[in-house]
Design a protein around this ligand. Structure first.
Ligand SMILES: [Zn+2]
Length: 170
């Protein structure tokens, strides 16, 4: 997947994101296309978009100098796309893999999205103690993810099928 450069509203380069994410930002009116691939467009019944190479955010985003996203419960849910790490169903709570009572911290690598059922079932135990298995491993968001978290972009999987991006003309 080609990457699209993201500029802040002030035109300063911020990050790169996947083309899919760039298209979502444009469709949600969070960014405008500054440069597009010549001669390439994404077309569907009601949409006709240039294929963005560079987009610029409509709103100025203050990006911290450190390239690490500060941990938050909301951030964990967004990172895990509201999917329970234990069963894959919709998650509304955050589970500490190593419970706080056992020294586990509020960190990206120690927290996962969980449904309320699994969160209660696991309770104050580690996954092996509870006989539960993580379907996905927690990870630390990349700088690009950090930007998307700051923008409140969440449902990148909600893109319609027709937005499959055409292969670049070589
Ligand atoms: Zn679950």
């Amino acid at each position: 997947m080609r990457e699209t450069l993201v500029l802040n509203a002030s035109f300063e380069p911020l990050s790169t994101v996947s083309l899919r994410r760039a298209v979502v930002l444009v469709m949600q009116d969070k960014a405008v296309v500054e440069h597009a691939h010549p001669g390439m467009r994404l077309r569907a019944a009601s949409v006709d978009l240039p294929v963005p190479q560079v987009i610029r955010l409509c709103r100025y985003v203050r990006v911290p100098f450190r390239q690490r996203a500060p941990w938050s419960r909301r951030g964990v849910l967004v990172r895990d796309r509201h999917r329970c790490a234990y069963c894959g169903r919709r998650a509304t709570t955050v589970d500490h893999v190593v419970p706080r009572s056992r020294g586990g911290g509020d960190t990206w690598l120690n927290t996962v999205a969980a449904c309320t059922t699994d969160n209660h079932r696991k309770a104050d135990r580690t996954p092996p103690q509870a006989g539960m298995k993580l379907l996905v491993q927690p990870f630390e968001p990349t700088p690009a993810d950090t930007l998307l978290l700051a923008l409140g972009l969440r449902d990148v999987e909600g893109l319609p099928e027709w937005l499959t991006v055409p292969a670049p003309a070589v």
